[in-house]
Design a protein around this ligand. Structure first.
Ligand code: F6R
Ligand code: MG
Ligand code: MG
Length: 370
């Protein structure tokens, strides 16, 4: 059957800073979606990662469906009321527009969707990250879908050997969707040349070249592109189909053991390692570290199983220790050089004003020696 998986997420307020939503807020979102799901959704699942709430929905209405998007938008608006009543910090933070105009794209919430031909067994993964941006998924996806060192099935499975098509977006273009399509393995170096810059070039989707089926959908929105100023990091969600003609679950998870450096943490302005965490984890050290959770599901006739928590297994405790060491080491460097993001990323933040004022105070001194 043709099935659509949609995940829409937003930060609409949290307890004790930008840490985690309250239980009351989560309950409100669950109640709102639960009451309106019959007749619209086949199934749904609600979780949080850091201060972001993700609503995963299965349905048959296709991508960008206004009723499905409106349901999530309205749930976040009603949730914002609860957040205000409770006095949660940053209530309504990601709802950047007042009125709904058919689709949540460009309104603040992040969205990842794909319409698929549901396989008899359809395992897929829901990734949700906090305190970072969509480019955080570039390296793990490149390794999982193009690098045989990470994914031996690229040479073991004839269908996987035909490779994958990467759709990459230039997110610096705020007026239109500027994309390029590149094929692995032939164009691997071109793909790598773009993915080197994860603040500008972001993988939006990945497709099997053997079956033309979509394997990956990433939420590519950049909040500062919408708001024109810093309002919080984009905290991207991602859907990945796994097994058979796609990489195995373990091959998609493996790159997250690196704890690679991503943009994020304090005021979204730093470079810090990405820590794989269990679902419903909050934020802590230095408003971070940037975290990513992964819930694994099977979907059958649109019905979701309960999730497996893929980063809960004890293997990941060692990874978390390694990532914590990297984070502490980077923080010893404070504000200097590689510890912070380049100016192009900071120009939406307060430091731009400070530097402008200081520029005016610079003067040219007469040469001391002739
Ligand atoms: C990053 C983030 C936090 C805040 C920081 C300051 O995405 O959410 O690091 O930027 O805690 O928050 P405000 O400006 O709300 O005091
Ligand atoms: Mg927040
Ligand atoms: Mg967040």
């Amino acid at each position: 059957m043709k099935l659509t998986l949609s995940v829409i997420k937003a930060d609409i307020g949290s307890v004790g800073g930008h840490v985690a939503p309250s239980q009351r807020l989560l309950a409100k979102i669950r109640e709102y979606i639960g009451e309106r799901a019959p007749g619209l959704l086949l199934d749904y699942f609600i979780s949080h990662t850091g201060d972001d709430i993700a609503i995963l929905m299965s349905h048959t209405r296709g991508e960008g469906d206004s009723s499905v998007h409106k349901l999530a938008w309205d749930a976040f608006r009603v949730g914002t009321e609860t957040a205000r009543q409770e006095g949660l910090y940053g209530a309504g933070q990601d709802l950047l527009k007042d009125s709904f105009s058919g689709n949540v794209r460009g309104m603040g919430p992040a969205v990842a969707e794909m319409e698929i031909n549901e396989r008899p067994n359809e395992p897929f993964l829901l990734f949700a990250a906090d305190k970072t941006d969509p480019g955080a998924y570039n390296l793990p996806l490149y390794l999982a879908f193009a690098d045989v060192m990470n994914t031996p099935r690229l040479i073991l499975s004839p269908k996987m050997s035909r490779g994958f098509r990467f759709v990459i977006m230039d997110v610096s273009d705020t007026s239109e969707d500027r994309i390029i399509e590149l094929n692995a393995p032939e164009e691997m170096y071109d793909i790598a040349a773009l993915l080197r810059d994860p603040e500008r070039y972001v993988i939006e989707s990945v497709w099997s070249r053997a079956s033309s089926e979509q394997a990956v959908a990433v939420a590519t929105s950049r909040l500062h592109n919408i708001a024109g100023k810093y309002t919080g990091k984009d905290d991207p969600v991602m859907l990945v189909r796994v097994q058979m003609d796609f990489p195995a679950t373990g091959e998609v998870l493996a790159p997250f053991a690196i704890g690679h450096f991503v943009a994020g943490c304090m005021r979204g302005s730093h470079q810090m390692p990405l820590m794989p965490v269990t679902q419903n984890t909050g934020i802590s050290y230095f408003d971070g570290p940037p975290i990513v959770s992964c819930a694994g599901f099977c979907v059958h006739g649109g019905n979701l199983t309960e999730p497996v928590d893929n980063f809960a297994q004890s293997f990941w405790d060692t990874v978390r220790g390694h990532v914590a060491d990297k984070a502490i080491e980077m923080r010893r460097q404070g504000f200097v050089g590689a510890a912070m993001l380049p100016m192009s990323e900071l120009e939406y933040t307060g430091i731009a004003e400070k530097l402008k004022t200081l520029q005016r105070r610079f003067g040219v001194r007469a040469p001391m020696y002739q």
